[in-house]
Design a protein around this ligand. Sequence first.
Ligand code: AMP
Ligand code: MG
Length: 530
Amino acid sequence: MPNFTNRYYNAMPKDPIAENYVRQVPMAMLSDVNPTPVSNPRLLGYSSAVATALGLTVQDITSDVWLEALSGNGVIKGMQTYAHCYGGHQFGHWAGQLGDGRAIALGEIEHNQQFWELQLKGAGLTPYSRMGDGRAVLRSSVREYLCSEAMFHLGIPTTRALSLVWTGDGVVRDMFYDGNPETEPGAIVCRTAESFLRFGSLEIFSAYNDIERLTRLVDFLLQTYYPEIPFTGEVDRKTAVLQLFDQISGRTANLIAQWMSVGFVHGVMNTDNMSLLGLTIDYGPYGWLDIVDSGWTPNTSDNMRRRYAFGNQPNVGAWNLMKLAEALYPLVGETEGLQDALDKYRQTFQEQYTVLRYQKLGLALPSTPAKNAVVNRLYEIIEHTETDFTILFRQLSHLSIADLEQVDTIEKHTECIKEAFYQYETWGVSMHQRWSDWLHSYREVLISDGQEDRTRLQAMQAVNPKYIFRNYLAQLAIDDILEGSTQVLEDLHTVLQNPYAEHPEHEKWAGRMPEWARNRAGCSALSCSS
Ligand code: AMP
Ligand code: MG
């Protein structure tokens, strides 16, 4: 029987109203709410690794009792169901109260001194559902289920996914926002993290000028999730809050540097989607760079402004942290320390990103102007060549110093990386020249580093994934489920647990995005209509 600890639920002020209807919820951090039952639940997938981390067996997770719990049709003894209250800045504007509109927490489990809050995403209406129905469609649930696990196995901080359940109920969505709503199959993901608290969880109390609750939540954060920060109460709160902000800034910098290093675009970096623990949270219209373009966003709602485009993520991180700093300001009373941490964020990001980019190219640290020039030049030319980000770095991870040498024409020279390009056959002389020059300069700095090829290439293969969760792969899993099979879902789940391994039997998933996927909805661009 899992050990339900429910620390957040037990410690936080609750909404006094018990009925479940959409409303403003002042002076509370959560509302009691039960999931709405579904008609015909079926377990489509689960992670045995996550189950084990929670202290559950495969028998548990595949049992009828757990199916009831994972679909919102029942609870297990000790579970506590509730919805979080939070606010947030959406696309640069204060949006007021948001909250868990389609997520319902099942409480928190402790196992092996680790704590896991569980949440059902798509489990029905809550007081925070605003205009929504509290449900999630299959396509967005498959995407969250697989992508959060892929992220975890890339070594990037993230929420995880325990299960994916088919509800048996239809959900109506206007996928293209064009007045043609359709009924789609519904699903529920059970996701888990140490905490789902967001920047917006603090912002809302600051916006209400509710310093009492702001203080209470910050104290809880410090004591529960950041125990390494010295904090005894009123006397040292200011110093502790500054350290807390500094730590959150550092974690955010690391997180975004890691996203950038694997070509991940979150797509909706509103402050309600920014974790106070530095996790990747709320997988919506995210994407991976099938074709390198810093200005690319997978989110169709952001097509005009491209606020959350790939290359803008570090800046948006800073903007979001500024909003968090404003929320914490009442507890600090001066801007200086907060500003210092914000400045440090940019520096940490730059340092981390430099390290990651060096590792991707197998360059030894510390950085030098000559090596920086090679790195920067590469990032410049991939913007102007239709390049598959993942394949390019994976190919470079197999090239010895000898392979990089030009022994014949420039056309022959660039063949070693041709798989990474969409239009390689149409390249003219100047494109071949550009890439041949780069290969040449790359080879020179590698020679001056003097590392052994084998060690260098092994290290590169350990940081340049062969498999990422490309948008079109999600579509394959979804189509397969709609045809009654979970094979693709299971196979992707397995392959993505070892993204740096070769998996020759799944080679096709490591290739470039197929032509059919270029313009198919859900494969290149996505709406928020999940
Ligand atoms: P997101 O785009 O996931 O960050 O969601 C922004 C806000 O809208 C959050 O408060 C969500 O809970 C809410 N929301 C999104 N979709 C739905 C839905 N289908 N039903 C209810 N609330 C929703
Ligand atoms: Mg969200």
